[in-house]
Design a protein. Structure first.
Length: 265
């Protein structure tokens, strides 16, 4: 009986190793991470960029969407955070401004294991007096030769949802006409089944389990899902694995990692 159990264990281990190798070696498999980095502060308020970078590097992503990114603000010690994290993770960095803030700028960041063919930063609609929001996009060529677009965003957080709905409608208008298969990632500040998320999911394939969505916030004791990775068009993508990465120090959000396969047309 013990021998049978041991053989079963070895077979399972071999299967898992084979799956891991196939994911790592397949040129059309992409690892996508979204991470709200709390403007680099950490929950200890010690501004430990090495800690944040380690969470990112350990996930081994191809594309990273970063939210709450400071660019040379006073509170961030005049650092360009996405460039600093790019240096530490050996990934290509890009910052997209949403607004001026504290002697510098504040907005979105993208890190990628690829160079950028082009980029654009779309300012999303918002009500005067509220916080401006943006959607930052890059287009890259994968190792397989396929071209994809990657969009990182951070939607309005207020409870009335007015600006959030306008922002997801703008995302649908701006990015569902893309020439290339597209990935949307970020802190969307709303829960599964909400009007905003449902509006996106009419066009975008979500990666989470709708029967049991794993929470991503707050990082010390996750209770709600507000961080997402989505794909367009739906028939070009197959979600392989998802993981909520819980680190209670790096940020008040968990990082959310999705491994996906780009399918043939």
């Amino acid at each position: 009986m013990k021998l049978k159990t041991y053989i079963t264990f070895l077979c399972l281990l071999f299967s898992l190793n084979s799956l891991s190798q196939s994911i790592d070696e397949h040129p059309r498999i992409i690892r996508v991470l979204t991470f709200n980095i709390l403007h680099g502060a950490t929950t200890n308020n010690d501004f430990d960029l090495d800690h944040i970078a380690k969470v990112i590097s350990d996930a081994n992503p191809d594309f990273v969407a970063l939210q709450e990114v400071d660019y040379k603000t006073n509170r961030a010690k005049k650092y360009d955070l996405v460039t600093e994290l790019g240096y530490r993770t050996k990934l290509s960095p890009l910052f997209g401004k949403a607004m001026k803030y504290d002697g510098g700028e504040y907005g979105e960041g993208i890190l990628a294991n690829y160079t950028f063919l082009n980029s654009r930063n779309i300012i999303l609609p918002y009500t005067a007096g509220r916080e401006p929001r943006a959607a930052l996009e890059v287009t890259s060529v994968l190792a397989s030769g396929d071209t994809v677009s990657f969009i990182g965003t951070h939607l309005d957080h207020l409870k009335d949802g007015k600006d959030r709905l306008a922002q997801v409608q703008s995302i649908n208008e701006n990015f569902t006409s893309n020439q290339y298969p597209s990935i949307l990632a970020g802190d969307l500040n709303d829960t599964p089944g909400s009007i905003a998320i449902n509006t996106l999911e009419k066009h975008w394939l979500s990666s989470y389990n709708k029967e049991n969505p794993k929470p991503t916030y707050p990082s010390d004791k996750p209770e709600v899902k507000i961080d997402y990775v989505m794909f367009y068009p739906k028939n070009r993508w197959r979600v392989l694995t998802t993981e909520v990465i819980q680190d209670a120090v790096a940020s008040d959000h968990c990082a959310y990692l999705v491994t996906v396969e780009l399918l043939e047309e």
